[in-house]
Design a protein around this ligand. Structure first.
Ligand code: KIV
Length: 257
């Protein structure tokens, strides 16, 4: 049966961990969906892993919609969530509504994700949820703020920033978010947030106590030249693909003309 936002909340109540991964094209999405992943996120990390940008900041709504449509064609079971790119939702709730509306109407995703939990963002989440648009929050290291953080650094390491992240997570739940990503924060902070919230937390570089885990799929598969220190590699596809291409090249060149 296809995964729903309500199902994820039940998974938390049952203590069943949520498995989430990112996808940016049809083939990857099809493999993930057929392998039993609960949540497939068309993350704005596609800016870096599929489009070669240095950060997620340049990604446009048109670009991510294009990828989300391809992923939609593949996904039959997982809950499909799309990131709203930088400056497609921060202006005001109306801008957020227009962008999220396009994600649901044009790409057919079931929910959107946006970064930040400060009061204005919680208000935006409230308005989207009131309009019937399910929202996943994202706090801690929010990559769209990379320049404000001075790099992709761990967040919540001081008592003040930990308290801010904790209160942002509560504000997002109160605004109606159905789940929250906790990225690159101390494990004990993630555990406290997970304990406090009734909606599921999905961690990335946030320890083992979250209600679920998410990874960028190209990190899981070992496809990139670099990956964050907290991202475990479950395969080394970069090497496997390189070797296959070399073998192919040797065979092609080895045939006498
Ligand atoms: O864009 C993305 O891939 C994400 C994950 C890091 C959760 O937001």
């Amino acid at each position: 049966m296809a995964v729903t936002t309500q199902q994820l909340i039940r998974y938390k109540q049952q203590g069943r961990r949520i498995v989430a991964l990112t996808a940016w094209d049809y083939l990857i999405a099809q493999v993930l969906d057929q392998s039993g992943v609960d949540v497939i996120l068309v993350g704005d990390s596609l800016a870096m892993v599929a489009l070669g940008y240095e950060t997620t900041i340049p990604l446009t709504l048109e670009e991510i919609l294009h990828h989300a449509k391809a992923v939609r064609r593949a996904v039959k079971n997982a809950l499909l969530v799309m990131d709203l790119p930088f400056l497609s939702y921060q202006e005001d709730p109306i801008q957020a509504m227009r962008s999220a509306g396009r994600a649901l109407k044009e790409a057919g995703v079931q929910a959107v994700k946006l970064e930040g939990g400060y009061p204005e963002m919680a208000e935006t989440v409230r308005r989207l949820v009131q309009a019937g648009i399910p929202v996943m929050g994202h706090v801690g290291l929010t990559p769209q703020s990379v320049h404000q953080f001075g790099g992709f650094r761990k967040q919540g390491t001081s008592p003040e920033t930990a308290a801010r992240i904790f209160s942002e997570a509560i504000a997002l739940q109160e605004a109606g978010a159905f789940s929250i990503i906790l990225e690159h924060i101390p494990a004990d902070l993630a555990a406290q947030i997970t304990e406090k919230l009734t909606i599921p937390t999905i961690g990335i570089g946030a320890g083992e106590q979250c209600d679920g885990q998410v990874l960028v799929t190209s990190d899981l598969l070992g496809m990139g030249e670099w990956q964050p220190p907290f991202a475990k590699k479950y395969a080394n596809l970069r090497e496997t693909i390189g070797q296959a291409v070399q073998r192919y090249g040797e065979e092609v060149r080895g045939v006498e003309g």
